[in-house]
Design a binder for this molecule. Structure first.
Ligand code: NAD
Length: 391
């Protein structure tokens, strides 16, 4: 049974107690409030046991196979997997033989752990692979996650989880039927400045949050045939790619789900790029207590902001969503927090959740919730109407 609003209904106090017993309050390295706010309760003991057995060849490190060796896999995930403690790069799935040869050499991968998209399903027979990480264009996440689940491997899908809520539900169902876990690549849940925002907002350290501003944009240039501009492969424009971070940021600031949304598309000034997907979009999320989040995303400017005003203070992250160099300040001064390898922490946490039979703080159900919100934002922009969310 899918419960998209589970994250904020769960018994937080009981979970905090369980968690501190399991890990010790600080060993997790994240604020417990944020961890608790995004956990859910179903388990998968059989799959966890299976994984413990198969991962033993690397001293309990779980083997990860990356599917799709594009920019994110090449420049972020593979290097991060050189720093992880509980998982390692065990295999790859690629359609490009030259990449297979290069990665084999660079990461010392055995031939038996290198797959093409045609041989992908044979990964079912490979005990070296415990987790499959889908890093393909958005429109391909559902197919490759479902095939991975049928191969009885745990899965991470990159954001957005899929290009429709219906696909997200199919992915969740496949994982449930095959008794494997599904997590989404929401790396910012493992980043100290964003974790501080979760504490400030959710614990109401400056009183209740009244207003949020979130913006994530970059100037898209280069190939006008890129998959990010293709409606079928991307699911939409900057909202699917970047705006999802604003939705996430607003929700983890509040610690609750929004109840309604209004939205408006921006003008198209570069039609040679934006004939299928939006160039920019602004939207407002309404929260149950009356707080509002004003959000914007665009492929036509550079921005990365997450800020909030509360009754007795304010805070601001800028840049808020980048891989490194995130900076924050509050009404009391600058946030002095470490820069970390977000992807290494994210993958290590999922591996540890599997090894220790704990729930991930960024589960597939959270990915579904967010895709439902993105769909509502598009509906609001298309119709000009306020759309109520039934999450
Ligand atoms: P990319 O274009 O650099 O890589 C995409 C990969 O998919 C390439 O290796 C390409 O060969 C392969 N591919 C297979 N079939 C394809 C097809 N039909 N069309 C196009 N490419 C195809 O993209 P990317 O930036 O690495 O993004 C991949 C995924 O990772 C996306 O879902 C994106 O949203 C996500 N992502 C997440 C983050 C993050 O911070 N969490 C950052 C960047 C990208």
């Amino acid at each position: 049974m899918i419960q998209t609003n589970f994250f904020f209904r769960h018994n937080r106090r009981r979970f905090l107690k369980d968690l501190s017993l399991a890990f010790g309050a600080t060993a997790v390295g994240v604020p417990l409030a944020s961890f608790a706010a995004s956990c859910q309760s179903s388990g998968s003991e059989k799959a966890a046991t299976q994984t413990q057995q198969t991962g033993q060849q690397q001293q309990q490190k779980l083997g990860i196979a990356l599917v799709g060796l594009g920019r994110y896999a090449t420049h972020q995930l593979a290097p991060a997997l050189q720093e992880t403690e509980h998982c390692y790069l065990a295999g790859i799935v690629t359609g490009t033989p030259a990449k297979a040869a290069e990665w084999k050499r660079k990461y010392n991968l055995p031939d038996k752990n290198i797959y093409s998209y045609d041989t992908y399903d044979q990964i079912a027979d490979n005990p070296d692979i415990d987790i499959i990480y889908i890093v393909l264009p958005n429109g391909m996440h559902a197919e490759y996650t479902i095939r991975g689940a049928k191969a009885r491997k745990h899965l991470i899908s990159e954001k957005p989880m899929a290009t429709s809520a219906e696909d997200c539900r199919r992915m969740l169902q496949a994982c449930q039927e095959n008794n494997v876990r599904l997590s989404i690549g929401y790396r910012l849940h493992f980043e100290p400045h964003n974790q501080r925002v979760m504490e400030l907002g959710q614990q109401q350290i400056y009183g209740p949050v009244q207003e949020i501003e979130a913006a994530d944009s970059f100037v898209f240039s280069g190939d006008p045939n890129a998959w990010r501009l293709d409606k079928e492969l991307a699911g939409g424009g900057p909202l699917m790619d970047l705006g999802i971070y604003c939705v996430q940021g607003a929700i983890y600031t509040m610690g609750e789900n929004p109840v309604a949304v209004t939205a408006k598309y921006g003008n198209v000034t570069r039609p040679e790029y934006f004939d299928e997907v939006e160039q920019s979009i602004n939207w407002q999320l309404e929260f149950p207590g009356g707080a509002r989040a004003n959000c914007r995303t665009s492929y036509n400017q550079n921005e990365g902001l997450l800020s909030a005003k509360a009754e007795k203070g304010w805070w601001r992250l800028e840049p808020a969503y980048s891989y490194s160099g995130i900076k924050g300040e509050t009404s009391e001064g600058s946030m002095e927090l470490p820069q970390v390898n977000q992807q290494a922490r994210q993958m290590d946490d999922f591996a540890r959740c599997i090894l220790e039979n704990k729930e991930t703080r960024v589960p597939g159900e959270m990915g579904l919730r967010d895709v439902q919100i993105l769909e509502a934002i598009y509906q609001a922009a298309e119709t000009g109407e306020r759309v109520e969310l039934k999450l």
